[in-house]
Design a binder for this molecule. Structure first.
Ligand code: ADP
Ligand code: MG
Length: 238
């Protein structure tokens, strides 16, 4: 696990400040949930941390190491996307193995690691299938397996459950809580589901229009929202 430090991190697209200068310290092993209305900059913040987007200003530190100029693969993190982003022409096994092959691990080690995460996520019977032969929940589990197979210190999740039906969302919510305990990795999780935020988070980050409005543990945020935007995002009576 690793701490994540964001220092003065900002992003402009043309004339629009998609992320205003932001400071945030996330502790080792912490589960942080980012909430806020659509378009407020949540995905941009995650993509900046992942290195998929170049900041206009500021720095990202992982475990105290400045990774602002490091490639995504050199940041010891992994990201799970809303769309799952699986390779359609590859089997489940090959999808999960992909990051390990890129990292040039030996064949036996690849097999051992793929089977280990497949077992943890109930995917062993599905390893030979292709993504189109899987349900939404199964696809999501494959994308999680692929993200954790390299044992990232930090796991970034961008609305990972938003394409699932509500019964499956509840089940997967418990899975994430279990996974966090099991892996001990630092989790940064974007959602617009208030219940997910309240039940999963050690701390919730509320964003609005490109800025962080408030950062606090769920109950504190609910009891004492600092602004109307926070009250709206968290469903608190204000
Ligand atoms: P969220 O994930 O909170 O819905 P995003 O981070 O995806 O918000 O987007 C924040 C804002 O930045 C939106 O107004 C979006 O249109 C804009 N934006 C995101 N990516 C780009 C881009 N590559 N070029 C221009 N504008 C962008
Ligand atoms: Mg988004």
């Amino acid at each position: 696990m690793a701490s994540v430090d964001i220092q003065g991190l900002a992003k402009r697209f043309g004339a629009s400040d998609v992320l205003r200068p932001t400071d945030l310290h996330i502790a080792d092993g912490e589960f942080v949930v980012i909430v806020g209305p659509s378009g407020c900059g949540k995905s941009t913040l995650l993509r900046l941390i992942a290195g998929l987007e170049e900041p206009s200003a500021g720095r990202v530190l992982i475990d105290g190491r400045d990774v602002t100029d490091a490639a995504p693969a050199d940041r010891e993190l992994a990201m799970v996307f809303q769309s799952y982003a699986l390779y359609p022409h590859l089997t489940v096994y090959e999808n999960i193995a992909f990051p390990l092959k890129v990292a040039r691990l030996g064949k036996a080690e690849v097999r051992r690691r793929v089977e280990e995460v497949a077992e943890a996520l109930d995917l062993l019977p599905l390893l030979a299938r292709r993504p189109k032969a899987l349900s939404g929940g199964q696809r999501q589990r494959v994308s999680i397996a692929r993200a954790i197979v390299r044992r990232p210190k930090v796991l970034l999740l961008d609305e990972p459950l938003s394409n699932l039906d509500s019964a499956l969302r509840v089940k997967m919510r418990h899975e994430f809580a279990r996974l966090h305990q099991q892996l001990g990795s630092t989790m940064i999780y974007v959602t617009h589901d208030q219940l997910e935020a309240m039940t999963l988070a050690n701390r919730i980050v509320v964003m609005s229009a490109g800025r962080v409005e408030q950062v606090a543990p769920p109950l504190e945020l609910y009891a004492e929202p600092a602004t109307l935007e926070v009250a709206a995002a968290i469903g608190s009576p204000g």
